[in-house]
Ligand binder design. Structure first.
Ligand code: ADP
Ligand code: ADP
Length: 225
């Protein structure tokens, strides 16, 4: 049985139908890239899974439990956005521990977990800095650490590399892949960049105009006519 199972998902904004029948199955520990042109509904699908926007129908089963009626903060999902979305008036450490404070995790335990994830993204030295003192790539690694520290059941990455320049993009892509494999973390990585999708993932879901039109591994897509 698959770990994440999306069934017959519907979403409209007013009169605009973003998608009407999304079905997909993702296995535990898999890294899936969701690849498709701008405006096809990738972000909306991630936001529905995270609970940041309401769905109009269908099911999102995670480990057998339907998430649709579950409040977003109770879904145990980590999410990273293209724009980092860090709190500018908090240090790196405070940004990363924010989710743990919300869960009333004890201070010692929190400090230990923050140090652990900052080491994972190679930012241990930067704990006391503010986002304005960091590069874009470093900010995105803070956002990644913040999403990992709560030990999510699912990681959602929405174009996390798109705002960065090419050299940093490649490095961070490899770092994300290594961490994802080490933690065996089930991950959906949204991108409109074909190269990113081909080099990063176990499997690619191709999306177009609100539909998942193909599911294939990179090799199959490469050799497709
Ligand atoms: P993608 O992530 O693939 O670029 P989006 O999910 O952002 O696509 O958008 C899919 C469609 O839904 C687009 O037509 C977009 O304009 C529309 N859309 C996205 N968010 C909203 C919103 N909050 N209100 C109305 N329409 C939206
Ligand atoms: P992305 O493609 O990365 O989702 P967008 O530029 O499409 O980014 O959307 C940025 C924000 O604007 C999102 O919060 C999205 O929900 C919202 N949005 C997108 N399209 C529309 C729209 N047609 N009407 C209202 N809000 C929208």
């Amino acid at each position: 049985m698959s770990y994440l199972s999306i069934r017959n998902l519907h979403k409209t904004y007013g009169d605009t139908q973003v998608f009407s029948d999304i079905d997909c199955e993702i296995a535990k520990g898999e890294l899936i890239t969701l690849l498709g042109p701008s405006g096809c509904g990738k972000s909306t699908l991630l936001r529905c899974i995270a609970g940041l926007t309401e769905v109009d129908g269908g099911q999102i089963l995670l480990d057998g439990e339907d998430l649709v009626p579950v409040a977003p903060q109770k879904r145990q999902i980590g999410m990273v956005f293209q724009s980092y979305a860090l709190f500018p008036n908090m240090t790196v450490e405070q940004n990363v521990s924010f989710g743990l404070r919300m869960q009333n995790i004890a201070k010692d335990e929190s400090a230990r977990r923050v140090a652990e994830v900052l080491a994972m993204v190679e930012l241990g030295e930067f704990a006391r800095r503010y986002p304005s003192q960091l590069s874009g790539g470093q900010c995105q690694r803070v956002a990644l650490a913040r999403s990992l520290v709560t030990r999510p059941r699912l990681l959602l990455l929405d174009e996390p590399l798109s705002a960065l320049d090419a050299r940093i993009r490649k490095h961070l892509r490899e770092q994300i892949r290594a961490i994802q494999q080490e933690l065996k973390l089930t991950t959906i990585f949204v991108t409109h960049d074909q190269e990113e999708a081909l080099t990063l993932s176990d499997r690619i879901l191709l999306m177009n105009a609100g539909r998942i039109v193909q599911s294939a591994d990179a090799e199959t897509l490469y050799t497709a006519p």
